[in-house]
Design a protein around this ligand. Structure first.
Ligand SMILES: [Zn+2]
Ligand SMILES: [Zn+2]
Ligand SMILES: [Zn+2]
Length: 358
């Protein structure tokens, strides 16, 4: 983020003794004469206007006021002796700076109604034009929260989550609860498959400078590639809302944070990629599984291999299927041999062990 200066505005301060609003450049209350002390903070005027007067601008840029160490009066940064008591300001303390006061109030503000006589005064007025009473600033409206709250009631969400948890728990319990059966190998099936991949033209998208060298570039559109704090040729400046920062001098600096959007070509391109175009399959019902023979043509290659073996047992006049991807395990199941099966509530075989003894 780069900070961009839009200009300066005069701030104001409220006299704690009499309530009068005073311009930031005036260091003594215009109504009661009380000094602007360190504890009094500058505030934004209800309606702010960028300063064009050169003398005022110089004042605004001069730096933070110095609070006299003896009498507490604020003096301009350029002063060397306190204008109130004459003390040397070398021992004085500079006012704090850099506080963000709020959004730049460049829009016309509603008129201020005098609390004493009810007369409507322009937003820029500090005192009532009719009776001279101090005009209070309207309370600053609170900014709307930026994070949207979910409308979905939390209780319903909780109930759904609990329900899902209960269901998962029930399924887990039922599938791990097993009974032991003795079964005989009835049927065997095996299936082995090899994916056949071919170099296939595909359309992909990338930034122009990231398109592979051998690819053919198609349509391109200009898109924001990245944002950066510094300007660049062709980059678009994007700025946030201007706001006012206390300079400690009775003036505020109006700034906004800006970034530069750097554009680049986002392009379609055609290239060749390995894609599965077919699957060669071999299958059988014996104990001699084999891989299918491949007849690959140009620009084709063998892809992933997959094997699946099923053993169907007969136990208590019912069939149970055991599935594995391990061919060594499959080869143990001679037709007619007997095995101890662990069968869960859903009828799935979760474990197989040879029957002990002869
Ligand atoms: Zn006062
Ligand atoms: Zn002083
Ligand atoms: Zn009035």
């Amino acid at each position: 983020m780069a900070e961009k200066e839009l200009g300066y505005v005069e701030l104001e301060w409220r006299c704690p003794s009499c309530g009068n609003r005073n311009p930031g450049s005036v260091k003594k209350c215009a109504q009661c004469g009380a000094p602007l002390t360190e504890e009094i903070q500058f505030e934004q005027a209800p309606q702010e206007q960028l300063i064009t007067d050169q003398e005022q601008l110089a004042q605004a840029r001069a730096g933070a006021d110095i609070q006299c160490a003896y009498c507490g009066t604020a003096n301009p940064a350029t002063a060397t002796k306190c204008k109130q008591c004459g003390a040397d300001l070398a021992e004085g303390k500079a006012r704090a700076t850099g506080r963000v006061l709020g959004g730049f109030r460049d829009r016309p503000a509603p008129p201020l109604r005098c609390p004493a006589c009810g007369t409507e005064n322009p937003a820029t007025a500090l005192t009532c034009s009719k009776c001279g009473a101090a005009l209070a600033q309207p309370a600053t409206p609170q900014p709307a929260p930026t994070v949207a709250r979910s409308k979905f009631p939390a209780a319903i969400l909780l109930a759904i989550v609990l329900g899902i948890c209960a269901l998962i728990g029930m399924v887990t319990v039922l599938s791990t609860r097993t009974t032991d059966l003795t079964g005989e190998v009835r049927d065997l099936t095996w299936r082995r498959a090899i994916a056949i991949e071919a170099l296939t033209p595909v359309t992909r998208q990338a930034w122009r400078d990231e398109v592979p060298a051998n690819a053919a570039i198609g349509q391109c559109t200009r898109k924001v590639h990245h944002t950066q704090p510094d300007p660049a040729p062709g980059a678009k400046e994007v700025c946030g809302t201007p706001y006012t920062v206390d300079q400690g001098s009775g003036f505020g600096k109006v700034v906004q944070q800006c970034v530069y959007e750097v554009y680049a070509d986002w392009c379609d391109y055609q290239t060749l990629e390995w894609r599965v175009v077919n699957t060669a399959v071999a299958q059988g019902t014996d104990l001699n599984p084999a891989w299918p023979t491949l007849n690959l043509v140009k620009d084709q290659r063998a892809g992933n291999r997959k094997e699946e073996y099923r053993v169907i047992f007969l136990a208590n006049d019912k069939t149970y299927t055991f599935t594995t991807a391990d061919s060594d395990e499959f080869l143990r199941f001679r037709p007619g041999s007997r095995w101890k099966l662990k069968v869960n509530t859903f009828g799935a075989v979760t474990g197989v062990e040879p029957v002990a003894g002869p």
